[in-house]
Design a protein around this ligand. Structure first.
Ligand SMILES: *Cc1c(COP(=O)(O)O)cnc(C)c1O
Length: 377
């Protein structure tokens, strides 16, 4: 029996239950299930929180990425560069739109996209880069946007795991994850840092033209009712989800702080062991720890450790066990095993531990001592 799950959505819900239940019941009474007032309210509040001109709510984070690519007038065969070490959605939407995903390796310390590898992968067909702010810290956006400027490329940030993270530029200015490139995308999947009680997602942009087009694309390509300017999709954020997210947004910074505190506890506890490499945060970003992901030494049996933890009621997970270029659906003669050594190393050595907003020192002490008991035996 798992007593300590990866996330504790129930504990979090119970702390805001009264407010959430009332908001959900309000939507039921109003019957404004689609595009009700809570959707606009959440959109405005998120725009303010992120300091971004346009938030376009949509059905989920994968739709957000797909809509972002659809808004850029790309042609089949155009190349989009992203990382080999991410959740499948990032590459899936590229492939679905008949664009060509071009994969590059990640950095061993932050697990984020290697900008030098991005530059090497650029060809005359390259049109966009999708950096993923993996596990909750920003990729090197200053270098990425410089590169994009030099080669005239779009930048779409996959901020599904990093909402609330802050990027500090060399000149001292600060921006939120997802508001730095041309378009940012996020997910409100329940386990994400800002999670709804069902699916949800959003797109961010400071560009008025892209903002308008994204809104139209998400609504069947329709600006005026029953007049369709583009081939669009139907992708909406439910009013009920928006009402819940509007409440949770007020707690997001305190949720991030709770995750950071838990990560700090893990880092400190594991610093005694040379069998564990704790996650590094790059100096230009904060880390909101969507996941706490460590790297185990070669001689640690990862499966054995997972079993040891499970026997003690502790969940653990591998994000991600199979790199994109090794996935059956994405097999491509351009890529072979060994092409992305850092990604491949990480996929074999990473382990993620429970991290959420409801962790106590007692839970953290129990988990860390259980991990150390195994790796130091
Ligand atoms: C969760 C996630 C997505 C997709 O979000 P959904 O809302 O589940 O569609 C995309 N990219 C990354 C990196 C994610 O973690």
């Amino acid at each position: 029996m798992i007593k300590y799950p990866m996330v504790d959505l129930k504990g979090q819900y119970h702390k805001i239950k009264e407010e959430v239940d009332a908001a959900v019941l309000d939507v039921m009474e109003s019957t404004a299930f689609i595009n009700g007032p809570a959707v606009k309210s959440f959109q405005k509040n998120l725009e303010k929180y992120l300091n971004v001109k346009h938030v376009i709510p949509c059905g989920n984070g994968t739709d957000a990425l797909q809509l972002a690519l659809m808004s850029l007038d790309l042609k089949p065969g155009d190349e989009v560069i992203t990382t080999s070490f991410t959740f499948i959605a990032t590459a899936e939407v590229i492939a679905l739109l008949k664009l060509t995903p071009v994969l590059v390796d990640v950095l061993p310390d932050t697990y984020n996209i290697d900008v030098k590898a991005v530059e090497k992968a650029i060809t005359s067909k390259t049109k966009a880069i999708i950096p993923v702010h993996l596990f909750g810290q920003c990729a090197n956006m200053e270098e990425i946007t410089e590169l994009a400027g030099k080669y005239n490329l779009y930048v779409i940030e996959d901020a599904a795991q990093a909402i609330g993270a802050e990027y500090t530029f060399k000149d001292g200015s600060v921006k939120k994850a997802g508001t730095i490139g041309d378009i940012g995308c996020t997910s409100f999947f329940p386990s994400k840092n800002l999670g709804g009680y069902g699916d949800g997602g959003a797109i961010f942009t400071n560009d008025d033209k892209l903002g308008e087009k994204l809104r139209i694309l998400a609504n069947h390509g329709m600006a005026v009712r029953y007049y369709h300017d583009y081939v669009g999709v139907n992708s909406r954020l439910d009013t009920i989800q928006a009402a819940i997210l509007d409440i949770k947004l007020k707690h997001l910074d305190e949720y991030s702080a709770a995750r950071q505190k838990a990560a700090g506890y893990y880092n400190k506890a594991f610093s005694v062991s040379d069998k564990i490499t704790t996650p590094k945060t790059a100096d230009f970003t904060t880390h909101v720890f969507h996941q706490y992901t460590m790297v185990l030494a070669d001689d640690i049996d990862r499966e054995g450790l997972q079993k040891h933890l499970a026997d003690k009621g502790i969940a653990s997970a591998i994000y991600y066990p199979v790199p994109l270029h090794m996935q059956k659906a994405y097999k491509d003669p351009r890529y072979n095993e060994g092409d992305f050594p850092v990604t491949e190393f990480l996929s074999k050595h990473v382990l993620s531990l429970p991290i959420h907003t409801e962790m106590t020192d007692e839970i953290l002490e129990y988990i860390t001592s259980s991990v150390l008991e195994y790796v130091e035996k």
